[in-house]
Design a protein around this ligand. Structure first.
Ligand code: F6R
Length: 621
């Protein structure tokens, strides 16, 4: 949700900024811009100040790159790729924003809550604002501060704003530095040899350095070519030292795939194997999740589990809650973190709160963590990005080990979330009444997953054929029952996100209580019909749909007999998924729905990795 980059060193800054922005484009992609400090024009102009060249464009980073002047040789600059919050995607609203005198240039990720009041005050003081954004006011506040240093001026400005921000500031009066500050939006420093990088995310700087500092909320840094100083809003040094990150630059490349979404779908067998590695204890039929920081006595003491996440992470949370209820027999439910945080929730001492997030930066989920902690609750994280905001704020957790996920539509991280919930359910079950043999049954099932996912992926060509047929529909139903319902919700969500086809998920059992009225030959239904205690009920619902001439696609298991549905005249396309243990089946049933969404979007010619109006990590409220 907006990407920030900055560079200061000996190299020409513009290409490095463009490269970083390209890597951050998944965070926002409606407009982009850079500002580069250039040395004074006249040679020998001793004390003349440098000038700033700012270039902004609506559209993608490649459009910005094409618009850059040939000679842009400055070695310090900042850049931004935008996901609009205040004002439409126009060149005026694109960052960097400037002060009236051109001295201050600034990029920002986050939302300034009192921007309207500050705008009114600035306008009353005669300042002409040139954009609709909340960001521009910060540039004016910095420029209008009477503090003699850039640090002082930024602190003055920050004291007047409420909201969330990660900012990077250039000042022609202090061309040797970039000033950055963080409050609620991620910001990272990269330490190089006689050069420093600034970024919202490590992916922007991984090609240049693996030595990074993740700033905390309330922290600022002065960044120069020779180093950095981190400090608080009270100007006290925080003395942060860099840590090494474990990420290969190749993980961020397409590697011959047309889209990251496809690459990430295909990576799932290996991603699941990585999530399970070293965490299964066959002998005692349990899971080892040391990062939880919870001993058996504490694990036993919880009487309820509450899972909090947003979007697809919330749907996987529902899958996880079902696993916990089944295996540990503890009441468990999932709720959107975006709702939870606003409803003054009751935090109970014997409830284990679990937040789930790929990015670890989703603002609503991070606020939910704070709400739980503020009220004395115990919260653990199921998170992919190591060292992310949520990972650092929780009391303990399980890392997903899915590797970097670049496509906006999440796939492999979601699958690993479900695997992590299965391990958590196993552990909670084994400190209660789940038997060793049942624990071993689940472990054997978890071990089968990578090969079974491979088998589903091997069926891609036939799933693609079905997807092409579905892609002609205006609207679709996804139906599932009990364990299958969150799978249906996630299937509908994935299709909506990348193909823009309207899709709605329903509990199969609820169909006859209303939505059946919508069934007609133009409204296909993707029905989850697993081989379990509810198969007959699901088949009966399929018959009701066919009786109303609704096209049906079955996502099912090998032993399910579809003959009651399938006739020579109206064959029902079936996507047959390998059977696992009933508690783990939702993990596998989700995989073909990812391929359905991907191939429907491909057939419709959409920009799959960057769907319209969306961004990967939603760091604003
Ligand atoms: C769906 C999707 C979103 C995210 C949601 C939470 O494909 O990607 O619904 O699942 O925005 O994001 P994280 O997991 O980063 O907290």
């Amino acid at each position: 949700m907006c990407g920030i980059v900055g560079y200061i060193g000996d190299q020409v800054a513009a290409p490095l900024l463009i490269e970083g922005l390209t890597r951050l484009e998944y965070r926002g992609y409606d407009s982009a811009g850079i500002a580069v400090l250039s040395p004074p024009h006249k040679a020998g102009a001793g004390d003349a100040e440098p000038t700033v060249t700012t270039v902004r464009r609506v559209g993608r980073v490649r459009d910005l790159a094409a618009a850059l002047p040939k000679r842009l040789t400055g070695t310090a600059g900042i850049g931004h790729t935008r996901w609009a919050t205040h004002g439409p995607a126009t060149e005026h609203n694109a960052h960097p924003h400037r002060s009236e005198d051109g001295r201050i240039s600034l990029v920002h990720n986050g939302i300034i809550d009192n921007a309207a009041q500050i705008r009114a005050k600035l306008e009353a003081d005669g300042v002409t604002l040139t954009s609709d954004t909340d960001t521009e006011v910060i540039a004016h506040l910095v420029a209008r501060s009477s503090a003699p240093t850039l640090e002082g001026a930024v602190l003055d400005a920050l004291a007047r704003i409420d909201g969330t921000y990660a900012i990077a500031v250039l000042d022609t009066h202090h061309p040797d530095r970039i000033l950055v500050a963080r409050n609620g939006s991620p910001l990272i420093l990269g330490v190089g040899e006689r050069e420093m990088f600034v970024a919202s995310d490590v992916s922007a700087l991984i090609r240049h350095t693996t030595s990074v500092i993740r700033l905390d909320d309330g922290e600022l840094a002065t960044v120069t070519a020779r180093g950095y100083r981190t400090f608080t809003r009270e100007s006290e040094d925080t003395g942060r030292v860099p840590v090494e990150i474990d990420l290969a630059a190749d993980d961020l490349e397409l590697g011959g795939h047309r889209h990251f979404m496809h690459k990430e779908i295909l990576e799932q067998p290996d991603a699941v194997a990585a999530a399970l590695r070293g965490r299964l204890d066959e002998r005692f039929g349990t899971a080892r999740l040391d990062g939880l920081n919870l001993g058996p006595r504490e694990l036993r003491s919880f009487r309820r589990v509450k899972i909090l996440g947003c979007g697809s992470a919330y749907y996987v949370g529902q899958i996880g809650a079902a696993m916990i209820e089944e295996l540990a027999r503890i009441p468990a439910d999932a709720e959107p973190a975006s709702e939870f945080r606003y409803r003054n929730p009751i935090i109970e001492p014997d409830t284990l709160y679990v937040v789930v997030s790929q990015s670890g930066e989703t603002a609503d989920t991070a606020f939910a963590v704070q709400e739980v902690k503020r009220k004395g609750g115990q919260v653990i994280g199921v998170v992919n990005v190591v060292g992310s905001t949520i990972a650092r704020e929780v009391d303990g957790g399980v890392y997903l080990h899915a590797g970097p996920e670049i496509a906006v539509a999440s796939t492999k991280a979601l699958t690993n979330m479900a695997v992590a919930f299965a391990m958590l359910a196993l552990l909670l079950g084994r400190v209660r009444d789940l038997s060793v043999s049942d624990g071993q049954r689940i472990i054997a099932g978890l071990r089968r997953l990578p090969d079974q996912i491979r088998a589903i992926l091997a069926d891609e060509a036939s799933i693609e054929k079905t997807a092409r047929e579905l892609a002609t529909a205006q609207s679709l139903f996804f139906i599932g029952r009990v364990r299958g319902y969150p799978v249906a919700r996630e299937g509908a969500q994935k299709l909506k996100e990348v193909s823009y086809i309207h899709a709605e998920a329903y509990q199969t059992s609820e169909l006859k209580h209303g939505p059946l009225a919508l069934i007609n030959p133009a409204m296909p239904t993707v029905a989850l019909i697993p081989d379990d205690e509810l198969t007959d009920r699901n088949l009966a619902a399929g018959e009701q749909i066919l009786a109303r001439r609704g096209p049906l696609v079955a996502v099912t298991h090998p032993r399910v007999d579809l003959s009651a549905l399938d006739t020579a005249e109206h064959p029902v396309p079936a996507i047959v998924v390998p059977k696992n243990e009933p508690e783990l089946d939702p993990i596998l049933l989700t995989i073909p729905l990812q391929l359905l969404a991907y191939h429907a979007a491909l057939a419709l010619g959409h920009d799959i990795d960057k769907p319209r109006n969306l961004a990967k990590s939603v760091t604003v409220e």
